[in-house]
Write a protein that binds this ligand. Structure first.
Ligand SMILES: [Zn+2]
Length: 248
């Protein structure tokens, strides 16, 4: 029943903009940092994930990130990522805004993508501005505990937003623009707890758009959604894509 409602909403309320969080990538084996079993339950984010921790001891932070990079590098897009790329291809999804840094939307074929928390695609030098791609960072990590800038030698910083850092200005501005223009915001796999991203659905609602939420567990905006589906991202998005192509 709720899938039918979601299908109707996507069909009737265009453009539809999708906002994804960690729940889209858990089926690819990438742990949700904030869950009870997540990484921040075992590692203190203050020690490993703030810009201050990084500036104080970049090698220690890379010791932590390096292990994650291997998990992220080995992960493959799942059915949810693929269904979203297919929905975009067929004109049902205008753009995807993601809190994820894992590149899986891009690898699944999503083209209109806004990564509001950055991405592991590159790392940068805070001194000379050199930008180093993921594969080279992985190579550098094979020989050293932390990747040094090929130009000046300073330890590189992954281009993901750390706690205590501002979000990339251009990305958040674009996300906000998309949210205001959307007639439907479809939230998938986000608990909508991290601001300012969690405020994007409010921008859609404020401009008269609708809200749909697919997430395991509740979110603070469930009461304002036209439909909420408490289920996995992969199965739901696949069913949605199939329904919109008349395969059900
Ligand atoms: Zn440098």
């Amino acid at each position: 029943m709720s899938l039918e409602r979601l299908t109707e909403l996507v069909r009737d309320l265009q453009p539809c903009v999708v906002l994804t969080g960690a729940g889209v990538s858990t089926e690819s084996g990438i742990p949700d940092f904030r869950s009870a079993e997540g990484i921040w339950a075992r590692y203190d984010p203050m020690e490993y994930a703030t810009i201050h921790a990084f500036l104080a001891d970049p090698v220690k932070v890379w010791d932590f990130y390096g292990k994650r990079l291997h998990v992220l590098g080995d992960a493959e897009p799942n059915e949810g990522h693929r269904a979203l790329a297919e929905l975009e291809e067929r004109g049902w999804v205008h753009a995807v805004i993601t809190q994820n840094i894992d590149r899986l939307h891009e690898r699944a074929g999503t083209r209109a993508l806004v990564e509001v928390h950055g991405s592991i695609r590159t790392s940068s030098c805070l001194d000379c501005g050199a930008v180093v791609p993921f594969d080279e960072v992985v190579r550098l990590l094979a020989d050293a505990p932390a990747p040094a800038c090929p130009t000046c030698g300073r330890i590189l910083k992954p281009d993901v937003v750390m706690f205590g850092e501002l979000l990339p200005e251009a990305a958040i501005a674009r996300a906000s623009e998309l949210a205001s223009e959307a007639r439907l915001m479809l939230v998938v796999g986000s608990t909508l707890e991290v601001y300012p991203v969690a405020g994007l659905p409010l921008e859609t609602l404020a401009t008269g758009g609708g809200l749909a939420i697919v997430n395991r567990g509740r979110t603070p905006l469930d009461g304002r959604a036209a439909v909420t589906i408490d289920a996995g991202a992969g199965e739901t998005l696949r069913a949605l894509a199939d329904a919109l192509s008349g395969r059900r």
